[in-house]
Design a binder for this molecule. Sequence first.
Ligand SMILES: [Zn+2]
Length: 604
Amino acid sequence: MSKGPSLTEILDMLVATGHLHGGQKQDVLNRGREQARHLLLDRRAELRRLLGRQRVNYTLSDIELIASFRFRKDEKSPVVDEETITEVVATHEGYTFVRVDPLKLNFKLVVDAFGGPFAEKHMVIAVEDKPEALTVALCDPWNTDLLGSLAQFKKKAIRPVMACKSEILKVIAEFHGFRRSMRAAEATFATDMPDIANLESLYKVQGTNELEATDQPIVQAVWYLLNYAFDNRASDIHIEPKRDDALVRMRIDGVLHAVHRMPRGVHPAVVSRVKLLARLDIAERRRPQDGRFKTSFGNTEVEMRVSTVPTVFGEKAVLRIFDPAVLKQPLADLGFFETELQQYNTMIGATNGMVLITGPTGSGKTTTLYSTLNHIANPRINICTLEDPIEMVNEQFNQMAMQPKIGFTFGSALKNVLRQDPDVIMIGEIRDGDTAENAIQAALTGHLVLSTVHTNDAASAVSRLLDLGVFPFLVAGTLLGVIAQRLVRKVCPFCAREEQLTPEQIDMLNIRGAEGRRLRVKRGVGCARCRGTGYKGRTGVFEVMPMTARIQRLVQEKASSQEIKREAVNDGMLTLREYAIKKLARGETTIDEVIAVTDETHLY
Ligand SMILES: [Zn+2]
């Protein structure tokens, strides 16, 4: 039996540590019983969904109950959540508190140490296995009976540490769920056809009716992967065949993390499942294929783009996740400072002319474009977009997907679009002379044109247009402005600590003036909420260059990019590096990000 602290004792700990005030404690004692009834029903429903079955066994803990009140001591304090309470209780009771980080856990250890049903019943996961002891994370470390039998069963000392119940449950559901699917899949495929262990062969041998049933573990496994990716805000899932097994990696805030390994024999079926979802030809495995499908997580409908390529060890699939919450944001949330936001708003407030966004792949250009269109959209204007591919479907826009194979390219599509009486035209990218010329024509004839080019900074976008054969006077006459952008990772607010830059770092950043000497910045030390990376989410870094009369003249005179940039900087434009340093000084990002993402090789 558990001998943990009582509800009142936990509330007293929270009051003593300054997380709650006395009134809130009383509130729980008065309303707790009532609240617990509803909460239990919610939790059971959630668990059914998580585990994918009808019968579940769930008891509510006092910690969860208190957390469900979502108290804050005052307006500025963070919500007293399950993690906070668990940590307070663990500290008080002398247990080590651990944040269960699914990306850091040893998948094999978790699924091999205890079977799924056992782990679920006792809410226990193995986090570290050393010769002297097995470390297990529990939400109820007072359960001495359980610890005793674990020691007996494992024949070694058990070191209990305390973790959040909901996180333990999630890991159990995801890891064991994934493992169950993999096992079932392996068993199915490995029996009669060791060499043709994949869905296609099953399909051929057994016909469609059989496929539904045998498909289930794979369907389940892919479902786990997609959910896992969405929960962790991943932008891409990579399913990669290796010599002995297959690796699943996910890109989160721009960085790839290894998440799962799966048996070699199951890999083709998982890839086939993904291809089926995207309506690709599953029999074709020697040629690259592209497709897309839609799925939903909770109430969010999400678009997925699938790309497959053959590699030495088999087919590799990459799924890109287009999360509408990321693609469509208020302009003010993209990372603009006040001045730059105003300048950008002026550019996109024009009824004709062209605004260019520039930056490498993955610098957030698409998000800026969609957010901008969304900002301008209203029932009185006609917005047409030409995209390759369409990353997010929005009913307010008339979106067209380019099909270069049948000659439907940006350049040719633009001619058709102009007959559609558009007010605003978004062109995915200007990459050839034909597109550039037609885009400029559209901008000249009373349309607002938004597009992207691939250059390092704002000033170079001008030279890019000239290189594509646009006359300087046309560029000077139609361009409203250019913004160059990058994404830097944001310091995780949950584990941020203050830090002072060293003189070397200040030198490296070339921060002039005395204010640099006192620059205090922030860095995340790593916690479960940021998967130990110290970063959570990303924010834009912008170089906003409005076309002033002087810059127009420089363009007409065919001045170099450096000259144009120098003029813009004289006018007050922050370079990408300067803009990033401003974010650093505000504690939004770290010096590492500033250096990794922006450079000063393009001197002005
Ligand atoms: Zn953190």
